[in-house]
Design a binder for this molecule. Sequence first.
Ligand code: 13P
Length: 316
Amino acid sequence: MIVSTAKLFKVAYGRFAIGAYNINNLEQATGLFRGTVMSKAPFIIQISKGARKYTDKRFLEAIIRAAEQIFPEAVFAVHLDHGDEESCNDCIKSGFYSSVMIDASHEPLEKNVEITKRIALRAHERGVSVEAELGQLGGVEEDIVGSVRLTDPDQAKEFVQKSGCDCLAVAIGTSHGAYKFSAEPGKKMGLHFDVIEQIHKRLPGFPLVMHGSSSVPKEEIVRINAAGGKMKDTSGVPEEHFQPAAKLGVCKVNVDTDGRLVWTRVHREFFRDQPDKFDLRDPGKIYIEEYAKMIAHKNEVFGSAGKLDEVRAKVS
Ligand code: 13P
């Protein structure tokens, strides 16, 4: 059942975080639905601007519509990740998306407010909620390469009041991609809880979003490299940071990289161990199962596992 993102946040706020998972293809979508049903968790399925262009957005939308029928017990919202004005307007008009992200965080404050406000007005007319971003994450997200600028808590309050957004992506120490906290001497590893606390104090009850939430498990990197990969030593968001962040209003945590790592590990190991094989469905089946396991584990870590029945009763 596709539901409103705002309603999901209402149930989760201050209690647990909801996993927002990026999908790009059929195998990922299947693993995602299996994993969330297995762990009885509500979730957000998100499609980025890049994913919409990968083949054709209609393929991914059709996969989600089919999954809604194949997994009738699933409760989820559909979200556009890192949209610009054009893709936001397209998703709002389509009537299919529960929420859109307008990412104008690279613009000066006033311009970010102006663009976000324009999208929020259009979205709200159609019952779609809007995620905006203030501050800048580091790392690489598709075509976006960011340098870090943590969110200013005073600006966050002003931005939310002026822009009319429904939730805010905040820069609190994470970055996109696999190389988040790569060993620089003196560099802080993990979240800036002081900044989250300050934002929470100024915006009590307002849902916050954490991008760059992959944990980049060491074991994945070791296995990828043992199967021929050449990834550098790195680490992601410590798993024990998510639930304390959720208590401070972080409702949505975005995960993309960890799913890509599972894909890379499964396929590298498969072809290393069985070089005579050539049927794409063989590693595909393994990937679906491994991705489902990863999703179920994340939902435990975020505290959303086991909340499906409660959420269904409250949002429908
Ligand atoms: P990761 O790269 O940490 O998975 O973050 C993904 C993300 O924030 C998508 O918007």
